[in-house]
Design a protein around this ligand. Structure first.
Ligand SMILES: [Zn+2]
Length: 67
């Protein structure tokens, strides 16, 4: 048996086709997660969307401890 959990709230969820919002448990959780995702990706206002595929990442900034 496959058991999935909602990435947003962690509740056990049903998969498709029983749950059209899979892998989320509900439409609300899906929107919340989407909103968070977009909020982080499109944080810079007034910036033209040149490539939707490129997601700015903060990784690699761990090493500025060097003084
Ligand atoms: Zn949920």
């Amino acid at each position: 048996m496959k058991e999935a959990t909602c990435p947003n709230c962690g509740k056990p969820t049903e998969g498709r086709p029983a749950n059209p919002y899979a892998p989320f448990c509900s439409r609300r959780c899906r929107m919340v997660d989407l909103g968070r995702w977009f909020g982080e990706s499109y944080r810079v206002p007034g910036r033209p969307e040149e490539s939707e595929d490129e997601i700015p990442s903060d990784r690699g900034r761990d090493e500025d401890d060097d003084r």
